[in-house]
Ligand binder design. Structure first.
Ligand code: KG4
Ligand code: ZN
Length: 352
């Protein structure tokens, strides 16, 4: 089956063409990072307006790079949620329009199911059951994946997502937006053990919590009188480099610690690390070490599939399309859309 996938949940307008689960014929991502940089975060209205301008050229580009015409497309998969509702609506409207005009089936996909599925884009034979650590700007969670689309949530963040913590701390330190890649780029120049960040305690639960680290950074800056950068391009001082290296080390240590616990308890055969923060060099290195130690197959998607993209949405939507589902009449955007966990949530996924 040849399908078109569309993703517009946050600040990337993306489209992809897949031929079955094993061939990504094209994956086009138009990033808005530059537009939001002056504000230090994604501005929903600006994002939605840009999606409106970009969606048609991005879809055309995906078809053209795939050497495919619309007539050859047999189905459409689109992100339905979670995300910014004004942004999601642009993708959903485009998918519905294509479905109506071309008489194509359209399925709605959970964005997080997409990030989970990204682990299988380049390694389609990765065995099940797998554990998927999804770390992005909006979400941080661990899922047990027993088959394509069949997931159970084992842990989630109580407060900030890991990427959000990176971005907020970077902002506090006066670094450029988005802060995650900046901290990752500068951290090798600092001492990761210079500033002590304690282990996070979440009272017997397996959940993550990163807001305490944000506070610890602020307390350290106040206590030591360490100033943030006056301008993002100013060379950082040694104490600032030490602080951000220690922060990156602490966040990665926490992600790996919880993942190790989940591996010990649920005995998977493979580990997937996905989402924007999976681009983090230290996390990639530590995940490799963890998978080796535990004897697990490992999939960390290449950078182009770590951040938001439509290829992962296509792969996650494929089983529903292949099963003959069509959500065209009932398809809407859902800002909050849970994935995995309770049986009720598994039902939500099936109804997507
Ligand atoms: O998955 P994604 O593209 O969008 C969401 O769905 O959230 O993730 C974006 C997040 C941002 O918070 C960004 O700072 C973070 O991923 N990020 C990183 C790195 N590259 C991107 N965080 C740490 N280290 C990186 N190298
Ligand atoms: Zn995402």
């Amino acid at each position: 089956m040849r399908l078109l996938a569309i993703e517009t949940s946050c600040d990337e307008t993306a489209a992809a063409v897949l031929h079955g689960p094993r061939r990504v014929l094209s994956s086009v991502v138009s990033s808005q990072v530059r537009l939001h940089a002056p504000y230090g975060g994604v501005v929903p209205e600006i994002a939605a307006r840009h999606h409106l301008e970009a969606i048609e050229p991005v879809v055309r580009e995906a078809l053209s790079r795939a050497g495919t015409t619309l007539e050859q497309i047999e189905g459409v998969a689109v992100t339905r949620g979670p995300g910014l509702v004004g942004c999601l609506l642009v993708g959903v409207a485009a998918a519905r329009a294509l479905g109506l005009v071309r008489g194509l089936p359209v399925v709605g996909v959970n964005h997080l199911a997409g990030h989970v599925a990204s682990g299988w884009l380049e390694t389609p034979d990765l065995p099940y059951p797998a554990l998927a650590l999804v770390v992005s700007g909006g979400h941080t969670a661990i899922w047990r994946v027993t088959a394509p689309g069949s997931v159970e949530q084992l842990a989630r963040t109580r407060d900030d997502a890991a990427g959000e913590a990176f971005d907020k701390v970077a902002k506090m330190l006066g670094l450029a937006y988005p802060g995650g890649p900046e901290i990752d780029r500068l951290a090798p120049q600092g001492d990761p053990h210079a500033v002590a960040f304690g282990e996070v305690r979440t009272k017997g639960s397996r959940d993550f919590s990163f807001s305490g680290y944000k506070t610890a950074v602020r307390v350290h800056m106040n206590a030591t009188g360490l100033p943030p950068l006056a301008r993002p391009d100013e060379p950082p001082s040694r104490p600032l480099l030490d602080l951000l290296a220690s922060f990156r080390h602490a966040v990665v240590r926490e992600l790996i610690r919880r993942t190790r616990q989940a591996i010990e308890e649920s005995r998977p055969r493979a580990l997937v690390v996905a989402g924007g923060v999976a681009a983090n060099a230290l996390l990639r290195e530590e995940a490799r070490r963890l998978a080796d130690e535990c004897g697990l197959a490992l999939s960390i998607p290449p950078l182009r599939y770590c951040g938001d993209n439509a290829a992962m949405i296509g792969l996650a939507g494929l089983p529903a399309l292949a099963a003959g589902e069509n959500h065209l009449d009932a398809l809407d955007a859902a800002a909050a859309l849970p994935l995995g966990g309770a049986e009720a949530q598994r039902t939500t996924l099936r109804h997507l």
